[in-house]
Design a protein around this ligand. Structure first.
Ligand SMILES: Cc1ncc(COP(=O)(O)O)c(C=O)c1O
Length: 375
């Protein structure tokens, strides 16, 4: 029996086996870590700068600024855009908490638009309806490894003079046509949390942008607004990416494509085997875009999601529900005044979604599907 690496119960097939994924490059990772330890250069410096230039090149952006996490990358980006109390930012409630958390930490108000039922991403029509005179920006999320409808989002932003910060925490490598998620807006953020497609060995994140002045401001803000050292023009924070994490990320980045291909192959197998099930709705891929399956997220119909999850649990198969409570119904956001029924498509998704192990071979997919078919 193997332990699930993502705080799950003891399972035979973990939701994500990061140790196994690292096995072929374990020696390279350890040698990069050893190099950093021997260099004595732990904060900032050449390892961080090297990874930042590799990331900018990979994403096709002018600048990448490393950060201590995806959450801090988002916070620093919003701080650089001078988000202030009273501002409204339109986003989705069907996402990880950090998306809206960054908005609220700056005293601004997240305004939640409903989602597209097929992609789980923000619905541009509803987004348009939510624009008010207080709106300053749009924060779309490319959820589960799939692009939001950026053309329509950009059109709303342009018409209303708004910035767009893409939360691409789950979607490095995902493409919207020929542009990478994270690279299309005013700025984009990535998370290098270990379970992300490009994960480090702890916490890490980055902001990417084509705006040099914005990148510079974010770089200053992540270091307590200090430039030159001990002279502070801005109040920032400690949002820095560690050299150790940057060195590991430099080792892993060249392998990202090959891991994506494995994820895509498993997704294709699941989708083929479940196509006729009647109970499961498999994730749709939008033609022309590239889904990188940070999560393979099924919908389970007829109110049977929890029964399917229980069946997987009994069979020792890792799984997860992303996300059981949408953000507009979270207790800490009660003051925003939302109630059940306000975002029907989001609420329905929360009751139906079920994520399956994704970095697994064809036989494992077949076994998982055979268990799902018993529901
Ligand atoms: C959509 C989304 N936004 C933001 C974050 C925050 O990233 P981190 O965990 O690196 O702070 C995550 C990570 O879980 C995420 O999935």
């Amino acid at each position: 029996m193997k332990k699930c690496l993502l705080w799950g119960p003891t399972v035979k097939i973990p939701l994500l086996d990061i140790v196994k994924m690292h096995q072929p490059i374990r020696a390279e990772i350890l040698s990069a870590m050893e190099e950093v330890v021997d260099s004595g250069s732990f904060i900032g410096g050449s390892y961080v700068e090297q990874f930042e230039s590799e990331l900018a090149a990979y994403t096709g952006t002018a600048r990448a600024v490393g950060a201590s996490s995806g959450s801090d990358a988002l916070l620093a980006a919003l701080m650089a855009l001078e988000v202030k109390p009273g501002d409204e930012i339109i986003t989705t409630a069907f996402t990880f908490f950090g998306t809206a958390g960054a908005i609220v930490r700056l005293g601004a108000r997240p305004v939640f638009a409903d989602i597209d039922p097929v992609t789980f991403n923000i619905a541009p029509d509803d987004l348009e309806k939510k624009v008010s005179e207080r709106t300053v920006g749009i924060l779309p999320v490319h959820l589960f490894g799939q692009a939001a409808q950026m053309d329509k989002i950009d059109a709303v932003a342009r018409e209303n003079g708004l910035w767009v910060v893409e939360d691409a925490a789950q979607s490095i490598g995902a493409m919207y046509g020929d542009r990478m998620c994270g690279s299309m807006g005013t700025a984009g953020i990535y998370s290098f949390f270990p379970a992300k497609n490009l994960g480090c060995v702890g916490d890490g994140g980055a902001v990417v942008t084509n705006d040099h002045a914005l990148a510079e401001k974010i770089a200053v803000l992540r270091n307590h607004g200090s430039k030159p050292r001990y002279y502070h023009r801005l109040v920032g924070g400690n949002f820095r990416l560690d050299a150790l994490q940057a060195a590991v990320l430099s080792v892993k980045l060249p392998h990202l494509r090959e891991w994506e291909e494995k994820r895509r192959a498993a997704a294709a197998t699941y989708s083929r085997l479940l196509a006729e099930s009647g109970l499961y709705v498999t994730p749709a891929e939008v033609p022309g875009n590239r889904h990188v399956f940070n999560q393979y997220e099924l919908r389970v119909k007829r109110g049977k999601r929890d029964a399917a999850a229980a069946r997987l649990k009994d069979a020792g198969i890792g799984h997860a529900i992303y996300y059981p409570v949408p953000l507009h119904l979270q207790e800490c956001f009660a003051g925003l005044g939302y109630k059940r029924g306000d975002l029907p498509v989001t609420e329905q998704a929360s009751g139906e979604v079920l994520a399956l192990p994704i970095l697994v071979d064809e036989d494992t997919c077949k076994h998982i599907v055979s268990v799902l078919m018993t529901v």
